[in-house]
Ligand binder design. Sequence first.
Ligand code: ADP
Length: 746
Amino acid sequence: MKYFMFFLIYNFAVITYIIGYSILRKGIRENRIDRIYFTAAMLSAGWSLCMGLVLIQTDQDKAALMRALGMFHIFGLLICNTHMVVYWSNVRGRLKQWTVGFIWLGVILFPFMIQRRNMIFEMTTYGMSYRFVFGVWSVAYTAYCVIAAVNMACVAIYMLRRSIRRRDRVVAYSLLLCICVVCFGCALDTIMQMAGFAAFPGCTIGQFFGCVVLYRTYLFHNRTRMTLENMSEFVYYSVDEPVFLFDEAERLCIVNNGATLFLDMSAEECRKMQLSDIFELDHNAFRFRGNKNRVEARCWKRNNICSISIDKIYDDYKDIIGYIVIVHDVTERVRMLERVGREKQRADKANEAKSVFLANMSHEIRTPINAVMGMNEMILRESDDAAVLEYAGNIQDASKTLLVLINDILDFSKIESGMLEVVEGVYSLKGMLKALRMECHMRAEDKGLALIFEVPEDTPDRLLGDEVRVRQIILNILTNAVKYTMKGSVTLKVSYQRVKEDVVELTFAVKDTGIGIKEENIGRLFDKFDRVNEEEVHTIEGSGLGLSIVDRLVKLMHGSVEVESVFGEGSTFTVRLPQKAVGMETVGSLEEESVRHEGHRKNTPMFTAPDAKILAVDDNKVNLTVIRGLLRKTKVQVTFAQSGSECLECVAKERYDVILLDHMMPGMDGIETLAGMKAMPDNRSREAAVIVLTANAMAGVREMYLEKGFDDYLAKPIEGTMLEQLLMRYLPAESVCVTDVGKSED
Ligand code: ADP
């Protein structure tokens, strides 16, 4: 009998060790309850083992030793179980403090309970047994056990009453059951002893069953915990996307609800399929490098386009177990992309049409202005009648304003459509500033304003940047300053700072003593078509585009623009632009140069070249007349042609030094004519520089023309000075005789 009892209790120990081990394998560090339950299982197993060993002892002292060890586990288990019950019940406050605090009294009790004199051992039919000697310690121990059980029962009842969730109530019932089972065992063991019966190891048996009940509770509780294992199942069945699991042999094993709905088949029917039965894919879809493959394929059954992601699943040894295939229906997206593509094509076409329209408009408007300005310039050059000169001066001002307006609108539409690019080239800052001063000088003088340029002489002169755009920015701000200043001065202050060895940050500060801008309007200054201080400026011409263009150009060049202004006193516009400095040349003094400009001639050309031969090609007779007029004083020999084919005939007959070739001509246009000339074997003007004349002033066209093979570009309306400057550059040096004016321009 005693061996039977020992064997039984020994097996309890083994089972609880196995339970403990199973928790250990899952990784007990994950959760507090895992740690507590693992400890409880170990203590329960220790209890069973020690008490089993007591049973088979014949020597009382050895039995006492086993018993003492067993008691250690008993107290430990009581503490653990109390903690577990408190943890699950989520009890708070006094009840928790009391229950947990009380159970730890066992630590004090334990040394007294194992004293040999407090126990009597005797041999019974089921082996070595013992009972407590009645006294303080036996009563204390019994009271401790009873109070601990009552405490735990109270906590479980608290949980039962308080919990709203059904799963908590199930846990509470399990705890109550566990307490009952243990109490029943203890009743057999402890209380029977007090009644004078030999101790039956009921407590040991009871705690084992209690431990098993707790294990079930623990498993149940774990099932409702948010863990990867638990949730993956929920996720798998609840995701709408079809999910297919294929085994190593590429057979479909598991499908989720999404997949059955997607294929409109039962899970059983789905399982008979291969990936290639579902999608337009060959068998190689599973053969890929790496862990993931994403393919797009049409589903046979539904005829929709799917994005299929295939992931390999590996075992612990990194061998493939199977594949997880997740399907996204992208039909809508693909269709939308196709639609967007078509829309984009349409928009691109419309944009192209807009650009063509703008280029044409630019041409159409500039051609008559060209004629007006050209003819007007001839009047200005040739007339001596003061009244006529005044009228012609007015015409010149008005046509210049019109030209600026057209350019602004064209530039703006170009910027808006993102077609404006910064075209870098090496330029002279000094040259640019001189040109700027020339352009603003007359207007400032007319208004009685002092135009002051303050440029440090050591400012680097040769810069790499987009000269045209830098000039446009400063010119816009300078003309505004002149426009909105009635008396006083306009000052352009240039300064620079070296950012890197070859990069300088140029600062152009334009200060005026004009009408100023109200503080509340400063924020709106750079908005397109917005004119601020309406009351003050409505009599002054303007479109509200200038500053908006400045702002965008500055941003395009990674610079900045700032405004400071006091209403009624004046404004300062400060532009900062990073530019690359090329070489060591500095700007030097601008002053003496300007003096010479003041005496800009009316009748003296920059050069004379009686031996030079120029061919001017334009379908518009007025333009040819303008060219002739502008070049009359240079004594250059000018031949005219009114079409591309006429031009080809001319170059076959004569050797020209420079050809001025209009772009937009009926029949053969300028570009075709140039190509024709290049292809001609008998072209006698092969060496001639070909300069395209065009009214197409859209930004970026210059580069386009250079790419097409032209040597240079001259925008209409042609200005006499510009034309002369260009010719001086391209005519053979030996045929050119530079005048004093030309020297100062150089
Ligand atoms: P606009 O063609 O009207 O000059 P801008 O974009 O160049 O267009 O300028 C926008 C507005 O900013 C102008 O209408 C004017 O009210 C104000 N403004 C610009 N520059 C100055 C300045 N130097 N002094 C006072 N007001 C200015």
